[in-house]
Write a protein that binds this ligand. Structure first.
Ligand code: NAD
Length: 469
């Protein structure tokens, strides 16, 4: 069985311990993933530390060229990596699946390579001039989740190296293989030590994030782990970009034509089988429109084929792991016991962690499926009578990542959008992220933003040169 490897200082590392990674569609073993030791974590950080200074001293233009070469590597290996993502993570090759994830990896690499963060004169008069410049931080620890493993790793890696930092990345223990392969390929066009990996579970993540030579932590994952990372940062004072879980509400305004929005709502909720941070996880619909929205959502859902994502006709794959599969089933059975209208759509293949597309009508606030992040293909639909009540419900949870408002005319949505507590409020779309547009959560969904100029600033430290004239 193939044994995948970490990379440190440009060298492949032969870890002593490893474990089999399995395909969630059929349980097949895909190969062995390494488990780093504490010494290997330290070696990777030291390699990154050694590489960081020379990397920060090359010109900005040279770094941009390196990053464009990284994008070329991602582009030319897209097919190979997309197949690994599908086999390991479960999302289909087709539709908004693993090929789409690879396109996003390329886009989120090329865009930072074109952005500039030049020194800025922040104050000037006859006596003084103050120039704000941005220096790299040093070694960045990047900790990634399993839902969009390559895309999220790229979000963390590329701005960091663009601004002259080096990186030690730890992929999720559920999805290490495609990420390790991506980093191995990228390393062919980067100086050794600029991008390193370690792998294993949360204990390895904890060793990395508390390491004294870590200057910044980029973390995407659950709120519970986020809390532990904040505690770990007390050891090294590393600032953190925390992208945590969401429980995004979508509000359909009264009188909105259901047919026009059904497909957007469907993919807003079921992208990657609902295993997306900024998916619609609660849908609020006016009581007069409830039947038509349910009917149109059922119509879209019944066009989907559920199955092994390596088959081209499949648009809905399995859940990535048993823990998540069991959690979604538990939340749906809780909804069933609470007299919700559970509608299961689609034929589910045997074997693997497959679930039907599940619409849960007559859901109510306070139920587990509404209040907890389901991170799976089960959407609670809640009826409202007054828009104000729907807005209050949308805002009452701790999460504040995304939200959306759906209306016949975008202008009708603006007042409601203003009132929703979330890092991004989309109108007539959901989860429509873009590499130029800052993205991050409010409240328990984290702090800091990624993407665009703001994302570049987040991986630098401001330094002022103040000159007396
Ligand atoms: P998780 O928190 O279980 O794991 C994320 C990563 O943290 C993994 O690599 C894991 O090994 C590591 N980890 C675990 N314990 C650690 C510790 N003590 N110290 C350091 N690292 C540790 O999250 P998950 O289940 O992989 O991901 C799903 C969650 O991520 C969902 O809540 C989802 O909403 C969220 N998410 C958020 C965003 C966003 O941009 N806000 C994007 C994707 C996913």
């Amino acid at each position: 069985m193939h044994k995948y490897k970490n990379i440190s200082n440009g060298h492949m590392i032969n870890s002593y311990e490893s474990y089999a990674v399995r395909n969630p569609a059929n349980g097949d073993s895909l190969g062995l993933a390494p488990i780093s030791t504490a010494d290997e974590v330290d070696t990777a950080v030291q390699a990154a530390l050694k590489a960081q200074k020379p990397w920060s001293e090359i010109s900005d233009n040279e770094r941009k060229e390196f990053i464009q070469r990284v994008a070329d590597v991602l582009e030319s290996n897209s097919d190979y990596l997309a197949k690994l993502i599908t086999q390991e993570q479960g999302k289909p090759l087709a539709g908004p699946g693993s090929r789409f994830e690879m396109q996003a990896c390329v886009g989120w690499t090329r865009v930072p390579a074109t952005l500039e963060l030049p020194p800025e004169t922040v104050y000037e008069d006859d006596e003084r001039k103050d120039v704000l410049q941005r220096s790299p931080l040093g070694v960045i620890a990047a900790i990634a989740p399993w839902n969009w493993p390559l895309m999220i790793a790229i979000w963390q890696i590329i701005p960091a190296i663009r601004m002259g930092n080096s990186v030690v990345l730890k992929p999720s223990e559920y999805t290490p293989i495609a990420t390790l392969e991506m980093v191995r390929l990228i390393n062919d066009v980067l100086p050794p030590g600029v991008l390193n990996t370690v792998s294993g579970d949360g204990t390895i993540g904890a060793q990395l994030t508390r390491h004294p030579d870590i200057a910044k932590i980029m973390f995407t994952g659950s709120a519970d782990t986020g809390r532990k990372i904040i505690e770990a940062s007390a050891n090294n004072f590393a600032p953190i970009t925390l992208e945590l879980g969401g429980n995004d509400p979508a509000i359909v305004l009264p009188g909105t034509t259901a047919k026009n929005i059904a497909e957007g709502l469907f993919w807003g909720a079921f992208l990657n089988m609902g295993q997306t941070c900024a998916c619609i996880k609660r849908l609020y619909v006016h009581e007069d429109d409830y039947e038509s929205v349910m009917a149109e959502l059922k119509a879209v859902a019944s066009q989907m084929t559920i199955g092994n994502g390596m088959d081209e006709g499949v648009l809905i794959g399995p859940i990535q792991n048993r823990m998540q599969y069991d959690k979604v089933r538990e939340l749906v059975s809780d909804a069933r016991m609470n007299d919700c209208d559970v509608v299961e759509i689609g034929e589910v293949p045997d074997g693997g962690f497959f679930l039907p597309i599940t619409l849960v009508g007559n859901s109510r606030d306070g139920q587990r499926l509404v209040d907890e992040e389901q991170f799976g293909p089960a959407l609670p639909i809640i009826q409202y009578r007054n828009l104000g009540d729907a807005i209050a419900s949308a805002n009452k949870l701790e999460a504040g990542l995304g939200a959306s408002v759906w209306a016949n005319e975008p202008d009708q949505a603006s007042e409601t959008a203003q009132q929703l507590e979330a890092g991004t409020v989309w109108v007539n779309q959901h989860g429509a992220i873009h590499p130029m547009v800052p993205f991050g959560g409010h409240k328990a969904s984290g702090y800091g933003v990624e993407f665009g100029i703001e994302g570049l600033k987040a991986v630098t430290r401001p330094k002022v040169i103040s000159i007396k004239k």
